[in-house]
Design a protein around this ligand. Sequence first.
Ligand code: SF4
Length: 455
Amino acid sequence: MSDKPLDDLKAGRSINLAAKGENVGNGKGDCSMHSATMCPAFGSLRVTMRIEGLVPVLVGAVGCLYGLDFVSHFYAANKPIVSPSLTPRELVQSDLTDKVIDIVKDVVSHENPRMIAVMSLCTPETSGLHLELIPRRIGQTEIIPMRVPAYSVPTHAEAKDVAISQILKRIGENNEAAGVASAQDGLVSIGEVFPTDPVQLQIAISRLGIKMQAALPSKEISTYYDAPKAKVGALLHPFYDRTARELRDQGLKILHSAPVGAEGTFSWFMNLGRLLELPAHEVRDIANDEANKVADELEKSRLDGTRIMIAGYEGGELLFARLMIEAGATVTFVSTSVKAGAGTKEDAEWLADRGVKVIFRKRHEDDIEELLNNPPDLCIGSSNLEAHAKRRGIPSVYFTNIVSARPLLLSSGVRPLVEQMKLILSQTNRYTAMRDFFADAAIEVGVREPISLKQ
Ligand code: SF4
């Protein structure tokens, strides 16, 4: 990005108003319009639409609802979104809050759910929807407000954090009022992982005498009630800042990063033992054993001599990069849409020590620039970046579809991913054949070349 965002806009490039340079990662550059991600509210919808016993109520402009309803059901949501049918004029009128309260009361009288999540989008947030005036509870139904306008929640990943933290906040407040103790024992994991990962994690931590209280996000509403009972909150994805704060306020200790790769597995277990004040030598033995199991798997599955570029949205890219490096690959670049912070610190430092360039709050153009200037053997990226790479004959896949759809944690997380990368690389000739086949056609139909950021 140039020093003048307006120049970028005029040149057709997206801008990220998060300050670059010295402000990155220190909290001062957090206010950003992140143009390379979809509507953030999708994240909070995605979490809430899967919880049985919770009805999502979305308050926003008709166009927003149309898009969000479509994309949520495209991603297999199995319940409808309730939404007040409000005209643009009604959205800015002073009785907007009353109308939303009426809708919430209607939902309670028709469905009597355990929870209702009221999500406020860009327009009502701007025009002044008073979420705090909506009753906290109607009958037995908890009404939980969630503010997810794009100008304060830059990515859909962070809107998931808003949703989960708000639910846990309400449960914590109710527990405190009822004198229910939190932070008792065990571990709650937070972050979307492959379904077998929490099972493997449960087996591994049971060696330390620790039980898994809950794994979030969950379809079961009762899991959210179980979560604050844990003593440690393991944030497997780095963007759960608000959730970490909430759990910490309820007395839980927070564990960052995840048991990925041999070194990551060792340090994760040691940090867990430290938080639980377990005897260090016992933890070290188990940490070593689990790390050795990962190392054994890594010896059998190698990516030596391969150059990989990794670009994604949710911060899990850093963990994946660690695994690729331990498998022998050279990771040339890692970019993510989330901000730098406590959740990414350990992994970012590990990667920096190995000379990997890591970009937080990236723009799409950052990825394109890297792809053009430093072409990798394999590109793991967004669907848009993937298309650019394929046009150049570079093997490329969509991070979410390939990486997030496989186990990643502990020793069972090694082979599925490393072997998949080897498989894709073995098909390089297909990518080059595809590029060559379409070469003339691309010129004839005038496919636009990516913008070069070179001055
Ligand atoms: S205006 Fe805001 S709420 Fe509506 S689709 Fe855009 S980002 Fe989402």
